[in-house]
Design a protein. Sequence first.
Length: 453
Amino acid sequence: MACYFMGKRLYINEVILGTGFGIIIGPYAANIFTPRSWGSLENTITLEVMRIVLVTGLFAVGVELPCAYMKRHARSLLVMVVPTMAFGWVVIASVIQVLFPQLNYVSSLCIAACLTPTDPVTCAAIIRGKYATKHVPVNIRRILTAESAANDGLAYPFLAISIYLTVETSVQTAIGKWFLVGWLYQVILGTVFGAVLGHLFSKLMKICHDKGFIDRESYISQYLALSIFTMGVANTIGADDLLAAFAAGCAISWDGYFHAQTENDAFSSVIDYVLNCGCFIYIGAWLPFDDYHSPEYGITPWKLVLLMIAILFLRRIPFLLMVYKFVPEIASWKEALFSGHFGPMGVGAVFVSSLALTRLPTPEHPPADQAQYLAATIQPIVSFVVLGSIIVPSVVACIAARPYPWSIWTCFPILQDQQWMVMSSEAPRLQGVISNGSAVDTLLTAERVGAGL
């Protein structure tokens, strides 16, 4: 009830509400729920909680995309996923090494790998929000959602090369393992496995439904079951379970039959909503506020704030402004600016940082080597950036959507001529944008929506 009221009236989604509630009941306030008091099991539990939420979220994104969306928008996604991630990865690592000189560049790359992917859970919560639905064109919402799902699974190779270079004694061995294990086995096998499993499941469920072996309710209930099954099998064989879940979701919705059977059904949305709320309550209680001031590791609040600001401005915006003309869904530099700004970090970053800790040694005090130093600093840095990434988009949307004649965006007059960036709740809804920033007529908008844009 609180989430619904805040979301509809104040444009605050369940992400920031869940995190705030988690902080309140966590160890720094009510001390009711304290994940970090669980000792050696804490990181394992955190890793698996984040994994389950990510897998169901990625599966949901794949299912809810239009028919064959990944095939029709492959070129745009290729530009927005691989080179954009690589650019942000290198830039973030450079900033981290400047601010935290005790970390070498390889260790900085490891932390940057946690912060490179766009979080699909946070992205979906914001994109589905009332303000985004009213003011952000559907083509932008869909491409950002698909990008966030694809690049989250691709965080594995970025993390793997950093970990291998840290723990392996030979660079040649590290690169060999990265290519064979990180790319060929985890990414490619995980994607193929998920796509094949989703395709077979789609055919089987279609036959069973057409012959009357199952009813509509049973058909929909498989939504959650298949995502968990895909995760379990992929994780057991050592493949990328996140990409496997996303590929399975895309394969199921490829021919549109699943969409037809689940149209107007709220079951999947309820599952996502409950999991998202619970996950961010967990994150709020998990945040290590004490570690944000650790001078012995070179971590201070002002450095973390500078890192957060640098990430907001340098991680995605410069590169997307350079390459947006190769992405048909992004029609102008203003849409590119919005797409670059919109890169939330949340569940995915916590998951990747927890995964990294399973590959690193337990840190001593003081750390004996660079691997131990990385293990001691990765989660304080990542968790602070996650907290900032949760707060900033939600607060900006809340302020921007208020029906006042002044808003924070009046400080940026170059953006005010774009209707979908006008921050008034009474602004007309813009369904499409062309390169000169003007509104597209209703017929063209309908054509773009029908084409899956």
